[in-house]
Design a protein around this ligand. Structure first.
Ligand SMILES: NC(=O)c1ccc[n+]([C@@H]2O[C@H](COP(=O)([O-])OP(=O)(O)OC[C@H]3O[C@@H](n4cnc5c(N)ncnc54)[C@H](O)[C@@H]3O)[C@@H](O)[C@H]2O)c1
Length: 362
């Protein structure tokens, strides 16, 4: 079983690649999971994932104290009200500070469970068992937890690093094509911002990835986790370099906010956001049109929708971008591409270039 460590000093934790933990009888990685979890666990999942994988996970914890809460499925339930329900169950069922919260599901479950763990009794450990491609390469690693507010996505949250991330690639076999593609968007983002060789590899292995070849997926997930883990280790609280991981997200979050949560998948919004960020970078003179074109072809090859989902106005778009968490008091902040595999954070956004970029899309 392969392991990767997120090097964060006393908050360091392993990412284990355990194909079979809950997708097969082999239960690879169960020992590490049980040892980390301790004797009292509270599982947070959602209706869809629980139907597929909760019985196997519960069976692993036979003999321990186990509670659970299933969210209804969807981004619309990434709310404070769900966190409050979880708090109610934890308290009324007698869970204490020596309990561990386990997130079984995609990024929505991971973010809600992580935030619940961050605030229950001022913080208990959380173990992430991500079951979507997006959550395996992105949301489960790095300790960002949050819920949405009607005025903005991920507006209420906390940094709370997991004690363990257990990735069972076998869970991806039940994921829909649309959700799978959405996860690939974050992977393309990793390559675009930090590793040009990885970008070439993705172009070369596109067919195997779409066919969900397990070896290929394992290699891809590990490479992406490595990029994310390295950046997180350098800048845990996003004071600087970690901001690079937001490539495409200032545009993407605006798309999500303006179209209503859940209409466009997060990864789909990120895919369009990546292209918009590339467009800005090209218009600002940082990259050639060829790089934008390669990015577009790769995202298209994975079946990602690359048009805005609704008629949005430039004014609405700019307002939504300004409200994004990445905006600072002094104004908008954007991540631009300086080359393939190289991104940079800029605080001096050129308003004319931004207007031209938005106009070309709206
Ligand atoms: N914390 C972070 O650092 C971070 C980073 C990126 C994204 N996010 C957040 O993650 C969320 C998106 O995550 P997501 O894309 O995983 O969406 P999701 O959690 O909504 O899952 C997508 C869908 O797949 C289903 N599903 C999950 N696993 C499955 C499986 N193995 N088989 C079949 N169906 C399965 C879910 O029930 C859901 O319908 C957003 O809220 C986003 O803001 C957080």
């Amino acid at each position: 079983m392969k392991t990767l460590t997120v090097e964060l000093g006393e908050r360091a934790y392993p990412i284990i690649f355990c194909h079979g933990l809950i997708s097969k009888e082999s239960a690879l990685g169960a020992e590490v999971l049980l040892e980390t979890a301790g004797r009292s666990v509270f599982i947070v999942s959602n209706d869809q994932v629980a139907a597929l994988y909760l019985p196997r996970l519960m069976a692993l914890f036979a003999g321990k104290r186990v509670g659970y809460h299933c969210l209804p499925d969807g981004e619309a339930f990434k709310t404070l009200s769900q966190v409050e329900t979880i708090m109610g169950k934890l308290i009324s069922e007698g869970f204490t500070r020596d309990s561990t919260v386990i997130a079984l599901g995609g990024g929505v479950v991971g973010d809600v469970a992580g935030f619940a763990a961050a605030i229950f009794q001022r913080g208990v450990p959380v173990i992430q068992i991500p079951t979507t491609l997006l959550s395996q390469v992105d949301s489960s690693v790095g300790g960002k937890t949050a819920v949405n507010h009607p005025l903005g996505k991920n507006m209420v949250g906390a940094f709370h690093q997991p004690a363990l991330v257990a990735i069972d690639v076998g869970t991806l076999t039940t994921l829909s094509d649309r959700e799978f593609a959405a996860g690939v968007a974050e992977i393309v983002k990793h390559a675009a911002l930090g590793d040009a060789d990885y970008f070439d590899w993705l172009e070369d292995h596109c067919e195997q990835i779409v066919a969900r070849d397990i070896d290929c997926l394992n290699e891809m997930i590990e490479r992406s986790c490595r990029i994310k883990a390295t950046i997180v280790a350098e800048d845990e609280k996003e004071q600087g370099r970690r901001g690079l991981l937001n490539l495409g997200h200032t545009f993407g979050h605006a798309i999500e906010t303006l179209s209503g949560y859940g209409v466009v998948l997060h990864g789909e919004a990120v895919a369009i956001g990546l292209l918009m960020a590339a467009e800005y970078s090209h218009r600002a003179g940082f990259i050639s049109e060829r790089i934008s074109a390669r990015l577009r072809s790769l995202l298209a090859a994975f079946g990602l929708p690359l048009l805005l989902p609704a008629a949005l106005t430039r004014g609405d778009f700019k307002t939504a971008m300004a409200r994004d968490k990445k905006a600072t008091q002094s104004g908008l902040r954007l991540i631009v591409l300086k080359a393939l595999g190289q991104a940079e954070i800029i605080d001096q956004v050129d308003d004319d270039v931004l207007d031209q970029t938005l106009t070309s899309w709206l």
